[in-house]
Design a protein around this ligand. Structure first.
Ligand SMILES: Cc1cc2nc3c(=O)[nH]c(=O)nc-3n(C[C@H](O)[C@H](O)[C@H](O)COP(=O)(O)OP(=O)(O)OC[C@H]3O[C@@H](n4cnc5c(N)ncnc54)[C@H](O)[C@@H]3O)c2cc1C
Length: 386
C-alpha cells in the first residue's frame, strides 16, 4: 500500500528524507516555499560528521559523491588571541574524513538529484484529523490532503503548531554575517590568516569566526551578547558613546560600526569585517532544550522545526540523519497502523538524541561567547585535543 506522504521544506532534513524514500521507490511530495533552488543565497559551509550527516548520505546512496565534493582540509582550525597571537593551529591528518566541509549549495544539489520538488508552495497551516487525512493549506489559497505530513520547514515552522505550542526564544547572542569573495586574490593576507579551514578569535562576550567555503569564498560571523534591539541604540545597549541607532539595511553603516564592538582587537582580525560585502543580521533563537510533544497521528517534525539549537555544527547533521531514519522506517511500514507506529518510534529516538545535543550546544554557546574567553579555548581543547 502506498501512503500519501508530503514533506514541507526542502532544506537538509526534508531533502534527505525525500531522497532516501525515493531510493526505496516510495513516492513523496516535497513542498518548498522558495521559488527555485537558487532563489536566495544558500548560506555557509557545513561540516558533515561521520556518525551523523555522512551516515545519512550513506543511507541515500550518496556518500561517494559527497566524498568527491567535500573538503577534508576545511576541518583545519586556528584560534587567535584578540591581539592576533596564534593560540592553536590544528590541522587534520591527510586521511582524516571525520568532519569534511561542503558548501550548502553543493549539498542541496547533491540531495536534489532526481527529486521532483514543488517550488513556490509556501505552507500556512496543517490540520490533522480531517475525514480525508491531514489537510495542508498553502499561501496561494490551495489545499491538499495527505496520510502523513512531515514538517521540515525550519526554525519558524508553520507545521509545528499542529503538534506543539513551543516557539523559539532568543539566546542573548546575535551573529552578524558577512562574506569575502576571491579571498586568495583580493585579500591574500586574510587568506593566510584563515588558512584552509576556519579561524576564530574569542574576547569578552564577543567572538569573530571566519570560515572558508569553496572557490575562495569566506563567511565571517561577528558574534556578541546583546539585547535583541541592540542596533536601535548603540550608546545605551552596547556602550558605544555618541553612537545612536544603526540601520541594519545600510551595509556601509554596519561595516563602519561593527569594528567598534571589537574595540582593541588586532587590525588584521578586524579587516575580516572591514572588507565584508553584504551584512546579514542573525539573532540566535532556540527551542526549549528537550522539546517533545504528545504524538499526533499523521504529523511529525524533523530538524530545526523539531529542535532548533545554537549553530555549533550539528543542526544540519541531525536534520539529515533524522530525515534518513524516518524515511527508512516509513518505507518499511506496510499498512496505516504500521506507519503511525513507525513515526511514534522515530519520534522517541529523535527526542532522545536531539535532547542530548541541545544540552551540549546550549552549554557550548555559553562558553564560546562568554565573559571569560579562556572558556572558549578550554572547550576547543576538550573537543579537539591535539
Ligand atoms: C550561521 C549558521 C551556521 C551553521 N553551521 C552549521 C554547521 O556547520 N553544521 C551543522 O550541522 N549545522 C549548522 N547550522 C545549523 C543548520 O543550518 C540547521 O540546523 C539546518 O539547516 C536545519 O535544516 P532543516 O532542513 O531542518 O531546516 P532549514 O535548513 O531551515 O530548511 C527549511 C526549509 O523549509 C523551507 N520552508 C520554511 N517555511 C516553509 C513553509 N511555510 N512552507 C514551505 N517551505 C518552507 C525553507 O525555505 C527551507 O528550504 C548552522 C546554522 C547557522 C545559522
Amino acid at each position: 500500500m502506498r501512503h500519501r506522504i508530503a514533506v514541507i521544506g526542502g532544506g537538509p532534513a526534508g531533502l534527505t528524507f525525500a531522497r532516501v524514500l525515493h531510493r526505496h521507490d516510495h513516492p513523496v511530495t516535497v513542498l518548498e516555499r522558495d521559488l527555485a533552488p537558487d532563489a536566495r543565497p544558500p548560506g555557509g559551509t557545513l561540516d558533515l560528521h561521520e556518525k551523523l550527516g555522512q551516515l545519512a548520505l550513506g543511507k541515500a546512496g550518496l556518500l561517494a559523491e559527497f566524498q568527491a565534493l567535500s573538503r577534508p582540509e576545511g576541518q583545519a582550525m586556528r584560534i587567535l588571541d584578540t591581539d592576533g597571537t596564534v593560540l592553536r593551529d590544528w590541522q587534520p591528518r591527510p586521511d582524516d574524513r571525520a568532519n569534511p566541509e561542503i558548501d550548502r549549495g553543493q549539498l542541496r544539489d547533491l540531495l536534489l538529484g532526481p527529486l521532483d520538488v514543488r517550488w513556490g508552495r509556501g505552507v500556512t497551516e496543517v490540520v490533522p484529523g480531517t475525514r480525508d487525512g491531514v489537510l495542508v493549506h498553502f499561501a496561494d489559497g490551495r489545499q491538499e490532503t495527505f496520510d502523513l505530513v512531515i514538517g521540515a520547514d525550519g526554525a519558524w515552522s508553520r507545521v509545528r503548531p499542529a503538534v506543539s505550542s513551543a516557539t523559539p526564544h532568543y539566546t542573548g547572542v546575535t551573529l552578524v554575517e558577512t562574506s569575502l569573495d576571491d579571498v586568495d586574490t583580493r585579500h591574500p593576507d586574510l587568506a593566510r590568516l584563515i588558512g584552509d579551514g576556519s579561524v576564530a578569535v574569542y574576547g569578552v562576550n564577543r567572538a569573530l569566526v571566519a570560515q572558508r567555503n569553496s572557490g575562495g569564498h569566506v563567511k565571517v560571523y561577528a558574534q556578541f551578547r546583546a539585547p535583541l534591539d541592540w542596533h536601535t541604540n548603540l550608546d545605551r545597549h552596547m556602550g558605544l558613546s555618541r553612537r545612536a541607532g544603526l540601520d541594519l539595511a545600510d551595509a556601509e553603516a554596519v561595516r563602519s560600526s561593527l569594528p567598534a564592538l571589537f574595540d582593541g582587537w588586532a587590525d588584521p582580525v578586524l579587516d575580516l569585517l572591514r572588507h565584508g560585502t553584504a551584512f546579514v543580521h542573525r539573532p540566535l533563537y532556540v527551542l526549549p532544550v528537550s522539546h517533545t510533544w504528545a504524538h499526533v497521528p499523521g504529523v511529525t517534525l524533523l530538524g530545526d522545526a523539531a529542535h532548533l539549537m545554537p549553530p555549533l555544527g550539528v543542526g544540519a547533521n541531525l536534520a539529515m540523519l533524522e530525515g534518513a531514519e524516518l524515511a527508512e522506517s516509513v518505507a518499511a511500514a506496510p499498512g496505516p497502523g504500521d506507519l503511525d507506529e513507525a513515526v511514534r518510534a522515530f519520534e522517541e529516538q529523535m527526542w532522545a538524541r536531539a535532547g542530548r545535543w541541545a544540552k551540549i550546544t546550549a552549554a557550548g554557546l555559553e562558553r564560546l561567547v562568554s565573559p571569560d574567553p579562556a572558556e572558549a579555548l578550554a572547550l576547543f581543547d576538550e573537543v579537539q585535543p591535539s
